[in-house]
Design a protein around this ligand. Structure first.
Ligand SMILES: *Cc1c(COP(=O)(O)O)cnc(C)c1O
Length: 455
C-alpha cells in the first residue's frame, strides 16, 4: 500500500515538473526578455512591428468620444444622453419596420443565400438598388452600374482606394464626415477641405472649391442631406456644384446615406439628376433610412450617361478592388429587393415625423440657452451644428473643455467641433427618444447657467 502511494506521488511529481518546464519555455518564447548564458537579461529582437501609418490614421472623433466617456461620472444615477452618437436604432421610436425584419427572416429561411456571393453583390439585389435609385433620376440605371458594399463606409473605402493615384488630391467638406479623411490618409490621398457656409444654410463655398482645385484634383465629396449640418440642398445649388465640378474636370462623390431623410420644405434632390453634366458616384446604404446600421449593407452607383467612368477605368478598378475586400453577408443582400420594394410609406413618414418633432424640440430649447446658437434649423439627416459662445462662460475656454465638463457634471455627451476641424461649434444628434432629448437639453441649460459669467 505505501508503495502505491510513493508511485502515485512520483508520477504526479514528474508530471508537475514537466508542466513547469513547458511553462517556462513558453514564457521565454512569448516574452520579450531572454536569459543569456551569464544569467544576464537582454531584450529579444522580434522581426515584426505594426505599420506606423495605421495608428497615425486613427480618426479624432473616436479618440474624442472615448476621452469624453472616460469623464462620465459612474455615480450619476441619471441616464447618459448620447447626443454625440449617430445611431438612433436603440430607441424604441426609431425601431425599423417589421417588413424589413421579415425580409431578413425570409431570406435566411429560404436557404437560397447561404453561399458566397459574387464580389460585386447578388444580381437581384443590385437590380433592386438600380431601380430604387432610378425612380428619382431622368435615366434608368442598369444593375452593372451598382456594386454592393459593407455599408456606405465600405463604399467610401472602395472609391478612395481607386482614386488614390500618387500625387492626387480630393476636396472634402468642412465640417464633414471624418471617415473620408481617415481612409484618404490610409491610401495616401491628399485631402483639401472646402468650407460650408453656416449663414447660407451650409451651402458649399464654391469659391474655395475653385481655389483649392488643381490639375491633380480627382474628385469632390458632397454630403446631402448633410452630416453634421442637417442641410438639404436645393436643385439650384446642386446644379451649381455640378457645373463647378465639370469646369474643374473632377468627379462628384455624392454621399446620400441620408437620402430622402428631408423633413421640412426642401425636398431631397439626388445629385445623379446632374449626371449628364458631370460623372457622379452616389453612395448609399440601408443604415440610416431603414435604421439598421449594424446590417452593413451599402452601395456605390455610377451615374454617368456619357461613359466617362468606363473610359477612365474607374468602373473596372472598382470591380477589381471589390475582389480584394469583403461584401455584405449574402442573406442580407438576399433581403434587399423585398426591403426596397415593400417598406411602406407609413414607416418613412413615422421616422420623418419623429425627426421633425425632435429637431423642433432641439431648436426651441436651444433658444433659451444664451451661449449656444443654432444658425440653421435642421432640414434633414439627424444632426445640427450649433455655435458655442465661450465668452459668455466664466470657466470654460473652448468647445473641448465644454464637452468634457458637460460629460462629467451632467452625463451628457456632445461632439466638440474641434474634433472635426471647426473650433467652438458642437454637433448634436437629435434622433433620440423625445423624453430623453428634453431631459438632456434641460441639463445643458442648467450647466450653461451654472457656468455663465456673472455681471
Ligand atoms: C453614417 C454615415 C456613413 C456610413 O454609413 P454606413 O452605411 O453606416 O457605413 C457615411 N457617410 C455619412 C455622412 C454618414 O453619416
Amino acid at each position: 500500500m505505501p508503495l502505491l502511494y510513493i508511485l502515485l506521488y512520483y508520477t504526479h511529481l514528474t508530471f508537475y515538473l514537466n508542466l513547469e518546464k513547458e511553462k517556462s519555455i513558453m514564457e521565454i518564447s512569448n516574452g520579450a526578455v531572454v536569459a543569456n548564458g551569464n544569467g544576464m537579461i537582454r531584450k529579444k529582437r522580434w522581426g515584426f512591428k505594426a505599420n506606423e501609418r495605421i495608428i497615425g490614421c486613427d480618426s479624432t472623433i473616436r479618440g474624442t468620444l472615448s476621452k469624453l466617456t472616460s469623464h462620465l461620472n459612474p455615480h450619476d444615477p441619471r441616464p447618459t444622453v448620447p447626443f454625440s452618437q449617430g445611431d438612433p436604432s436603440p430607441f424604441p421610436s426609431f425601431r425599423t419596420s417589421p417588413v424589413v425584419e421579415d425580409a431578413i427572416v425570409e431570406a435566411l429561411r429560404s436557404a437560397k443565400f447561404n453561399s458566397y456571393s459574387p464580389n460585386c453583390g447578388v444580381l437581384n439585389a443590385r437590380r433592386a438598388v438600380a431601380e430604387y435609385l432610378s425612380n428619382d433620376l431622368p435615366m434608368k440605371l442598369s444593375p452593372d452600374q451598382v456594386l454592393l458594399t459593407a455599408g456606405a463606409s465600405g463604399a467610401i473605402a472602395l472609391i478612395i482606394s481607386v482614386l488614390a493615384r500618387p500625387g492626387a488630391n480630393i476636396l472634402l467638406p468642412q465640417p464633414g464626415y471624418l471617415f473620408y479623411n481617415t481612409r484618404a490618409a490610409f491610401s495616401n490621398l491628399e485631402c483639401r477641405s472646402y468650407d460650408l457656409l453656416p449663414e447660407q444654410d451650409w451651402e458649399v463655398d464654391l469659391n474655395t472649391v475653385e481655389a483649392l482645385a488643381d490639375e491633380n484634383t480627382v474628385a469632390m465629396v458632397i454630403i446631402n442631406p448633410g452630416n453634421p449640418c442637417g442641410n438639404v440642398y436645393s436643385y439650384h445649388h446642386l446644379k451649381k456644384v455640378a457645373e463647378t465640378a465639370e469646369k474643374l474636370g473632377i468627379l462628384v462623390i455624392a454621399d446620400e446615406v441620408y437620402g430622402h431623410i428631408a423633413f421640412r420644405d426642401n425636398p431631397f434632390v439626388p445629385m445623379g439628376v446632374f449626371g449628364s453634366i458631370v460623372p457622379i458616384i452616389t453612395l448609399g446604404s440601408l443604415s440610416k433610412r431603414w435604421v439598421v446600421p449594424g446590417w452593413r449593407l451599402g452601395w456605390i452607383a455610377a451615374i454617368d450617361p456619357n461613359g466617362i467612368l468606363v473610359e477612365s477605368k474607374i468602373m473596372e478598378s472598382l470591380n477589381v478592388c471589390l475582389n480584394m475586400t469583403n461584401y455584405p453577408a449574402t442573406f442580407i443582400q438576399g433581403a434587399v429587393p423585398q426591403i426596397l420594394e415593400k417598406t411602406n410609406g407609413e414607416f418613412f413618414e413615422r421616422i420623418l415625423n419623429m425627426l421633425r418633432q425632435t429637431s423642433d424640440i432641439l431648436v426651441d430649447e436651444l433658444r433659451e440657452i444664451d451661449c449656444i446658437t443654432c444658425p440653421h434649423k435642421p432640414q434633414g439627416a439627424m444632426f445640427s451644428m450649433v455655435k458655442l459662445n465661450v465668452s459668455l462662460l466664466q470657466d470654460i475656454k473652448d468647445d473641448m473643455e465644454f464637452s468634457i465638463k458637460l460629460a462629467k457634471e451632467e452625463s451628457v455627451l456632445v461632439l466638440p467641433g474641434s474634433s472635426m476641424g471647426i473650433k467652438n461649434w458642437l454637433r448634436i444628434m437629435f434622433a433620440i427618444e423625445p423624453d430623453l432629448l428634453k431631459d438632456g437639453l434641460e441639463r445643458i441649460k442648467s450647466f450653461c447657467q451654472r457656468h455663465a459669467k456673472q455681471n
